[in-house]
Design a protein. Structure first.
Length: 108
């Protein structure tokens, strides 16, 4: 795969999802967000099971594959909504740079 910008990757991911029928019907936003959560849970399961090699892309671990699935689901949803994730990510990182060390006193 060539080096794409985030927006180019987002367009490709969303088009692939449309081509495979995932957007033929209107989809509930809550369901889409929970599918992202499901991918996070699958990453945790792969970690717990110490999956050193994923079943689908064996050159990567199970955790790596699930992290990719999280990003794919997020970018697919953003593509559907027309969000400019590249600008959003840049703006959020600029904001994060202004935050104090371990802001909010959170442990993790």
């Amino acid at each position: 795969m060539e080096n794409n910008t985030i927006n180019e990757l987002q367009k490709k991911i969303h088009q692939t999802a449309k081509d495979h029928g995932w957007w033929n019907d209107d989809r509930d936003i809550g369901t889409i967000l929970m599918l992202i959560v499901t991918e996070v849970a699958e990453a945790m399961e792969a970690h717990r099971e110490n999956k050193q090699s994923s079943e689908n892309i064996p050159q990567f671990s199970g955790v790596e594959e699930e992290l990719a699935d999280i990003i794919i689901r997020v970018l697919d949803f953003a593509g559907h909504k027309g969000y400019d994730m590249e600008k959003i990510l840049q703006a959020k990182m600029e904001y994060n740079d202004t935050r104090p060390y371990r802001h909010g006193g959170k442990i993790a």
